[in-house]
Design a protein around this ligand. Structure first.
Ligand code: ARG
Length: 460
C-alpha cells in the first residue's frame, strides 16, 4: 500500500486494505462532484481576490477544474479508492493536471468545511428538484379533482362506510398534504442556506479569507456564524430526511388507497396496463405493484432519517468520520422520493374511477344516517343526542328489512318517530348528502370545484 498523497507526510506506510475499504467513501460521494467543484471554484476565486493565491494560479485552477468537470460528466474520470473521497480525488487529479497551483487550492480550507458545504449544496439542489416534482403530482391530483368534483364515493373512518363524499374532495385532501410537504421543504431550504465554507478544520483560519464573498457566490444568505457548528452541524440533513419521510408517508397513504380501490371487491378505480403488472402463474391478475412499491419504499426513507439521527446523537463537537455515514441515506432518500413522486404522478393521471360503482358504494352502509339525524335536529328540533338515538333505531330497522335508508317506507320510520315526514327523503340520497355539506372545507361539489380552481391558479 502506498502512502496517501494528500495526508501521508507523517506516515511511513499506507493503510491496510481493510482500512482503505472502511474509510473510502468515493464509491458513493462521487455524487457530490458538481457541488465539490462549484465550492472549489468559489474558494479559489476568493483566495485570488484577497491575494492569498495569484491570479494566474486561480486561472489554472479554474481551467483545471472545468476540464475535470467535463471528464466526470462524460463518465471518463478515473476514480481512485486510494484517494478516499470526492474531495481528494478531484484535488489530486487537479494537481496532476496543473501542478503547483493545484496544491494551493486547499489553503485556508479543510475537508471538514468542504464536505459540509458539498452536502448542503447537494441537499439544496435536491430540494429544488423535489419541489418541482411535488408540484407536478399536485397538478395531476387537482386536474382529476376538478373533473370529479361531483363524483360520489364513500368516505370512510375505520375503513367502514361513514358519509358520502366525492372523489374530487378525496383527491384534494392529498393536495393539501403535499402542499405542506412543499412548505416544509421550503423551510428546510431557507434554514440550511448558510455557508460553512471557511470554517476550515474547525476553528476558522488565520488567512484573510472573505467568507461573505464565497457565501454569496454560492447562493447562500450568509456565512455560518460559528466555525465549530459549521463543520459539526448535520441537522439540516436530518430535517431534509424528515421532510422526505413525511412526504413519502403521504404518498404511501395514497398508494394504500390505490391498492384498496383497485381490489375487485371494491372496484372503485382501474389502473391501465401502464401501471399494473401481471402474475407469472395466475393469468387473471392485475396487480398494483407501483402503488405497493411506493408504499414499500417508505420504509427505507424512514430508515435513513432514523439512521442519521442515530449517527449524530453521540457525537461531541466537532467533526468525526461517523458523519461520512450521512451521505448514503440522504442520496437514497432523495432518489427514492424522486422515483415515487414520478410513479405517483403517473398513477394519478392514469387511474380511472368507476363512477357507477363509487356511487353505489357511496349509498351503502347507511352512509346518510348522519343526514337523517341532522334532519331531525333541524326540522323537529330534537337535541342531537336524541336524534342520534332515533336514527340508530331507524338504521337497525332498515338493516332488519334489508333496505337502504332512502328505500325505507316512511311508515317504518314513523313507527319509530311519528313526526317524520316525506321531506326527510330530500336528505337521504348520497347526492343530497354531499350537496348539503357546504361548510368551509366541506365536501359539497361547489366547494370542491372552487378549491380545485384555487389550486389550479396557485400551481399554474
Ligand atoms: N469523506 C469525508 C466525509 O464524508 C470528508 C471529510 C473528511 N474529514 C476528515 N477530517 N477526515 O465526511
Amino acid at each position: 500500500m502506498s502512502r496517501n498523497s494528500q495526508w501521508g507526510g507523517r506516515f511511513a506506510a499506507g493503510p491496510s486494505a481493510i482500512m482503505q475499504a472502511i474509510n473510502a467513501s468515493i464509491g458513493f460521494d462521487h455524487k457530490l462532484w458538481r457541488q465539490d467543484i462549484a465550492g472549489s471554484l468559489a474558494h479559489a476565486a476568493m483566495l485570488a481576490h484577497v491575494g492569498i493565491i495569484s491570479p494566474a494560479d486561480e486561472v489554472a485552477i479554474r481551467e483545471g477544474l472545468t476540464a475535470i468537470a467535463a471528464r466526470i460528466d462524460a463518465g471518463d474520470f478515473p476514480w481512485d479508492e486510494g484517494l478516499e473521497d470526492i474531495h481528494m480525488n478531484i484535488e489530486a487529479r487537479l494537481t496532476q493536471a496543473i501542478g503547483e497551483a493545484g496544491k494551493r487550492l486547499h489553503t485556508a480550507r479543510s475537508r471538514n468545511d468542504q464536505v459540509a458545504l458539498d452536502v448542503r449544496l447537494w441537499v439544496r439542489d435536491a430540494i429544488d428538484g423535489l419541489t418541482e416534482q411535488l408540484r407536478d403530482v399536485m397538478r395531476a391530483l387537482v386536474t382529476r379533482a376538478a373533473a370529479h368534483a361531483a363524483t360520489l364515493m364513500p368516505g370512510f373512518t375505520h375503513l367502514q362506510p361513514a358519509q358520502p363524499t366525492t372523489f374530487g374532495h378525496h383527491l384534494l385532501a392529498y393536495v393539501e398534504m403535499l402542499s405542506r410537504d412543499l412548505s416544509r421543504l421550503a423551510d428546510c431550504r431557507a434554514r440550511l442556506n448558510e455557508s460553512p465554507l471557511g470554517a476550515a478544520a474547525l476553528c476558522g483560519t488565520g488567512f484573510p479569507i472573505d467568507r461573505h464573498m464565497t457565501a454569496q457566490a454560492l447562493g447562500f444568505e450568509r456565512p455560518m456564524r460559528n466555525s465549530l457548528d459549521a463543520v459539526a452541524a448535520r441537522d439540516f440533513a436530518a430535517e431534509f430526511l424528515f421532510c422526505c419521510a413525511m412526504c413519502q408517508t403521504h404518498l404511501s397513504r395514497l398508494a394504500e388507497e390505490v391498492v384498496i380501490w383497485t381490489n375487485p371487491y371494491f372496484g372503485f378505480v382501474r389502473l391501465s396496463d401502464a401501471f399494473t403488472t401481471g402474475s407469472s402463474i395466475m393469468p387473471q391478475k392485475r396487480n398494483p405493484d407501483a402503488a405497493e412499491l411506493v408504499r414499500g419504499k417508505t420504509g427505507r426513507v424512514m430508515g435513513s432519517l432514523v439512521g442519521l439521527l442515530t449517527v449524530l446523537k453521540g457525537l461531541p463537537l466537532t467533526y468525526f468520520k461517523d458523519m461520512q455515514e450521512d451521505k448514503e441515506g440522504i442520496f437514497d432518500a432523495a432518489e427514492t422520493l424522486t422515483l415515487t413522486l414520478a410513479a405517483t404522478a403517473g398513477m394519478v393521471r392514469d387511474l380511472e374511477p368507476n363512477a357507477a360503482r363509487l356511487a353505489e358504494a357511496a349509498g351503502a352502509g347507511f352512509s346518510t344516517a348522519t343526514d337523517l339525524a341532522d334532519w331531525l335536529v333541524r326540522e323537529l328540533k330534537l337535541p342531537f343526542r336524541d336524534a342520534h338515538h332515533v336514527t340508530g333505531r331507524i338504521v337497525a330497522r332498515a338493516e332488519q328489512l334489508g333496505r337502504a335508508l332512502d328505500d325505507l317506507p316512511l311508515s317504518e320510520m314513523q313507527a319509530i318517530e311519528p313526526r317524520l315526514t316525506q321531506g326527510v327523503f330530500d336528505v337521504l340520497s348520497p347526492a343530497a348528502s354531499v350537496a348539503s355539506r357546504i361548510s368551509y372545507g366541506g365536501t359539497a361539489p361547489a366547494n370542491v370545484r372552487r378549491m380545485a380552481q384555487e389550486w389550479q391558479e396557485r400551481l399554474g
